[in-house]
Design a protein around this ligand. Structure first.
Ligand code: ZN
Length: 133
């Protein structure tokens, strides 16, 4: 049901500083940035192969990313798996007894439709399901 790793979400204190690392040290290209108001984050996309590094900077102190950095420090925050049909994927998760953070898909950066699974059901990893047109 999942096709590939769509992207890896990394919580950072400063997009500007982290982008420099990915560009200058690893040689990735910045594909763009976007503010996602609903999630209170500014996102930078750096494609690598057929997946992407997604850097996430909090835009408000009550953003999930701000809370993540406060408790765990900067680092990998979530892994996103691509699905063809997110409603069907969520139904399947429900049927398998997986605890969902999002009962319904919501808007994700880059125009994706996304939903998070609760880490309590995934051995501690925040997993995002991601559908792209
Ligand atoms: Zn993501």
């Amino acid at each position: 049901m999942v096709n590939k790793v769509d992207h890896i979400g990394i919580a950072v204190s400063s997009l500007e500083e982290s982008i420099k690392f990915y560009q200058e040290v690893l040689g990735l290209e910045l594909h763009g940035t976007e503010v996602v108001e609903e999630q209170k984050v500014k996102v930078a996309f750096l494609p690598i192969g057929d997946t992407e590094v997604e850097l996430l900077e909090a835009t408000t102190p009550d953003s999930a990313i701000a809370k993540f950095i406060e408790t765990k420090g900067q680092g990998v925050q979530h892994i996103a798996f691509r699905v063809d049909n997110i409603e069907a994927a969520l139904d399947e998760m429900r049927a398998k007894g997986i605890r969902l953070i999002d009962e319904k898909p919501r808007y994700g950066a880059g125009g994706a439709r996304i939903a998070f699974l609760h880490p309590k059901s995934t051995n501690g990893v925040l997993i995002e399901l991601c559908e792209r047109k």
